[in-house]
Design a binder for this molecule. Structure first.
Ligand code: PLP
Length: 410
């Protein structure tokens, strides 16, 4: 693929009358995404309302603070927070929120970050089982803002006394991560976490990047909550920060400092506002039914294939969605990683949710399909599994390799 893309004489601007898929024009693979809202695959299918708002805003001048003020009103209305703003992504929102908790509205301190944090408390408490990697380590979002991470507890067990004892006069904030990536047991739940922190006046920041519920985390005691605009919301690549007005203001002021490197454009702010309005008006039961139909189709297709077991399983953090867990035993002639690789190498390439492949399964996520793609996935699964020939890496051992990244761009 990379050599083809490199050599390609392709033009992104279509010739007159040409209507090929932009990916085809550019020599890029037209992947089918059954892995979820993945940054590496382009983050989201941006919805039509957001695309229209982005296109309309793109050629216009606008006063950005007023546009963000308008975003704040929409974010406040949907989240129940006092205020909000849009930034480059959720990771940016975490850094800006942490920075805001350190500097407050001290403009000189904002320019000095990430140095000179000695003037203000800069420790940020994080439950050990919440220090995950979502593509980058969450603790780096803290360090980038001049924060010093203080872990509470151990990977599998955190209790109230670990958090209470982590709080000192150097504590600036506490970060709580909601994600399938975190350890799903033995952690202190948000309401209790917030109670312990608030007793000592420590603000609680919640990373809710890919959670559907726009209200529950503020209701449970978060002072700031951060969502990705490009995950469940189907907005452009962006981050949404919402919560207590003083903390939101201090976070927003970081645009004069470290967040200059996290700049968001007018078109994305307009796109997120439209995505939030579209989210409010969405037909959730119809979306659920469409996703369920894809899961049923895939599960039916895989019934009776030796070595394959397919189960419909709920989302681990209780978002209103299910996935198909495909367990791959050796009688199928594949490992989970080998089957995932065969699907990714096919035509069209199908990218599954494979982060648990070493446990012998992967997931098919039905949330990011275009019309007709559920059937394409079912057909490709059967073609690969029923073919008498096994590809040479069918029994591939899963490895988290950085080789491809180290070879970029060629
Ligand atoms: C995706 C994700 C992020 C990063 O979000 P971006 O908007 O892509 O920066 C942070 N935290 C969690 C838990 C995530 O799932």
């Amino acid at each position: 693929m990379s050599s083809e893309a490199k050599a390609a004489p392709y033009a992104i601007i279509p010739a007159e009358g040409e209507n090929a898929d932009i990916r085809a024009r550019m020599g890029l693979r037209p992947v089918v995404n059954v892995s979820g809202t993945m940054t590496a695959l382009g983050a989201s299918i941006i919805g039509p309302q957001a695309i229209a708002a982005m296109a309309e805003m793109a050629p216009e001048w606008v006063e950005m603070d007023d546009l963000q003020r308008r975003a704040s009103a929409t974010i406040a209305r949907l989240t129940g927070g006092e205020a909000g703003f849009v930034t480059a992504c959720c990771a940016a929102g975490i850094s800006m929120s942490v920075a805001g908790c350190i500097t407050g509205t001290d403009l000189l301190a904002i320019e000095r970050l990430p140095d000179d944090t000695g003037i203000y408390p800069n420790e940020v408490i994080l439950q050990m089982g919440h220090n995950v990697n979502y593509g980058a380590p969450v603790d780096q979002s803290i360090r980038l803002a001049g924060g010093r991470v203080v872990h509470a507890g151990t990977v599998s067990a955190v209790q109230a006394h670990h958090i209470a004892n982590a709080i000192t006069e150097r504590t600036a904030a506490a970060l709580f991560v909601v994600s399938h990536h975190t350890v799903q047991y033995g952690m202190v739940p948000l309401s209790e976490f917030a109670e312990i922190c608030h007793a000592r006046d420590i603000p609680v920041i919640v990373d809710a990047a890919s959670e559907y519920d726009l209200r529950t985390f503020l209701d449970q005691g978060a002072d700031i909550v951060i969502y990705s605009g490009h995950k469940f919301l189907s907005g452009p690549t962006s981050g949404i920060v919402a919560g207590r007005k003083d903390l939101v203001r201090a976070a927003y002021l970081q645009n004069r400092g470290i967040a200059r490197a996290m700049k968001v454009g007018k078109e994305s702010i307009a796109g997120v506002i439209a995505a939030l309005e579209a989210w409010e008006g969405r037909d959730a039961p119809a979306i659920r039914a469409r996703e369920r139909a894809a899961l049923d189709l895939w599960q039916r297709s895989l019934t009776g294939i030796a070595g394959i077991t397919a189960l419909i399983v709920p989302d681990p953090t209780d978002n209103p969605l299910d996935r198909l867990e495909v367990r791959v035993a050796p009688e199928s002639g594949f490992t989970a990683a080998g089957l995932a690789a065969a699907l990714a190498a096919g035509d069209p390439p199908i990218i599954v949710r494979g982060h648990e492949a070493e446990r012998g399964h992967f997931y098919l996520d039905p949330c990011n399909l275009h019309d007709g793609e559920a059937q394409i996935v079912a057909d490709r699964l059967l073609a690969v599994l029923k073919s008498p020939d096994r590809p040479k890496n069918a029994m591939l051992k899963p490895r988290h390799s950085a080789a491809a990244a180290l070879n970029w761009p060629d």
